[in-house]
Write a protein that binds this ligand. Structure first.
Ligand SMILES: Cc1cc2nc3c(=O)[nH]c(=O)nc-3n(C[C@H](O)[C@H](O)[C@H](O)COP(=O)(O)OP(=O)(O)OC[C@H]3O[C@@H](n4cnc5c(N)ncnc54)[C@H](O)[C@@H]3O)c2cc1C
Length: 392
């Protein structure tokens, strides 16, 4: 069994397949975990880019099953950490989705109602007047508070999954790009790497925002986008408490959203992006610092000590996908909310490969866009449109 991509998806699949007795070779072109899985904000929560209310409205029972899968994904992360004693600073802190415009409050109230009544999730609206008890800013008009949510150190979590896969006997090859995959006449595949070729009955592509031309029809369905984070110096306790008193995970309802939280060593981690145009970490750093100080003026004298970026994998329907193209399995497209879902789809892909069954609600069309091959030519226009919506 060959897995291409050494992030949460690939590593979880490797651990699961090795546990099921399969011989596993995982190929990672750079260092293991060097993609989004060690660079993310560490927010673990159920749900997708599309909310539970939208999923029910748009897809009915299939939408219900998909949202339920995201609850299962969240539970899987907690269970994986606990069972395997992964020291990754995990805390179930809850999260707040903050209304950027007054008009967004109604949708969040509706989402809270659907989460409570349809899924039994503890969720409630915090009205603007009470928001000060949750977040030290006057920029937002209310927030949806979901308790079943938490934060972890992404690279430590990844290290735990790696240990798990290795202990179970998976073979992990870093610095080993998969350069080509050919179908073999008698079934299975031949995977070519600069270090040699591997014959395998099954191949899983777990490449998300780093998906390349290995399988062009897959590339046409994933849009890689950069996301960036700054980390301040450790904050004095009173300043940290004034910004996020209960240490919730925070994000807002803009299209170009901000996401932020306190790390276990009391730094403010503040993430987002300004547009879909290509940028540099240095530019993103300055822009994010200005954004952080706009949201939390109390942090204006705080130094930024680190800045970095990574690629998220977007899809045209803003949902992740697991499926097969030309017999090659893929699991990807988390649209920036993949800590829980990539863990889950990695495991699900492994079970599908081992058992031959995939629940029907995951068997959904995977859309692309005419003329999209390698260059996402539509992004400047889409980015301009979303930025304009955020400004209105
Ligand atoms: C800055 C940032 C912040 C984020 N914050 C959050 C958050 O707070 N909460 C949340 O839920 N999600 C967040 N995400 C998203 C989350 O990190 C991802 O959804 C998740 O890590 C995806 O894991 P993955 O294993 O599918 O992909 P990745 O971890 O990106 O791994 C894919 C790997 O495939 C490798 N690869 C690609 N092509 C080849 C090839 N041909 N041969 C070999 N290897 C190859 C790449 O090198 C890469 O290492 C964030 C993402 C970023 C970038």
């Amino acid at each position: 069994m060959v897995i291409v991509g050494g992030g949460y998806t690939g590593m979880m699949a490797a651990a699961r397949l090795a546990w099921r007795g399969r011989a596993v070779a995982l190929l990672e072109q750079n260092a293991l975990g060097s993609g989004a899985s060690s660079r993310n904000g560490g927010m673990v929560h159920p749900g997708f880019k599309l909310g539970a209310a939208t999923l029910l409205k748009r897809f009915g029972e299939q939408g219900r099953a998909l949202y339920q899968a995201s609850l299962d994904a969240f539970a899987l992360v907690e269970q994986t950490i606990e069972t395997n004693q992964i020291a990754c600073d995990y805390v179930r802190s809850g999260h707040l989705d903050l209304a950027f415009k007054p008009g967004h409050v109604q949708a969040l109230e509706n989402e809270a109602h659907v989460l409570r009544t349809e899924f039994g999730v503890t969720a409630r609206m915090v009205p603007r007047i009470d928001l000060g008890s949750e977040v030290g800013t006057s920029q937002y008009h209310g927030g949806l508070l979901v308790e079943r949510s938490g934060g972890l150190h992404p690279a430590k979590y990844f290290a735990g999954l790696t240990r798990l896969a290795r202990d179970r006997g998976a073979h992990l090859f870093d610095g080993t790009p998969a350069a080509a995959i050919e179908s073999r006449r008698n079934g299975g595949f031949l995977v070519t790497t600069p270090r040699g070729q591997i014959r395998s009955r099954d191949v899983l592509l777990a490449t998300n925002g780093y998906t390349d031309d290995l399988l062009p029809p897959l590339r046409r369905r994933v849009i890689p986008l950069g996301s960036y984070i700054i980390a301040t110096e450790p904050l004095p306790a009173d300043l940290a408490d004034s910004a996020i008193p209960h240490r919730r995970m925070l994000f807002d309802t803009k299209n170009f959203l901000y996401y932020w939280r306190l790390s276990s060593d009391h730094r403010m981690l503040f993430g987002g992006r300004a547009s879909f145009a290509p940028t540099t970490v240095a530019r993103a750093r300055d822009w994010l610092y200005a954004a952080m100080v706009r949201v939390h003026p109390q942090l204006s004298d705080v130094k930024v000590e680190h800045a970095w970026g990574g690629q998220v994998g977007f899809t045209f329907d803003r949902m992740p996908h697991i499926g097969r193209i030309k017999g090659i399995t893929h699991a990807l497209g988390y649209c920036g909310t993949g800590v829980a879902m990539s863990t889950y789809l990695g495991q699900l892909a492994a079970d599908w490969i081992a058992d031959g069954e995939l629940p029907g609600y995951w068997q959904r069309p995977f859309p692309s866009m005419p003329l999209y091959r390698r260059n996402p030519w539509f992004l400047p226009a889409v980015g301009w449109y979303y930025a304009a919506l955020d400004r209105i």
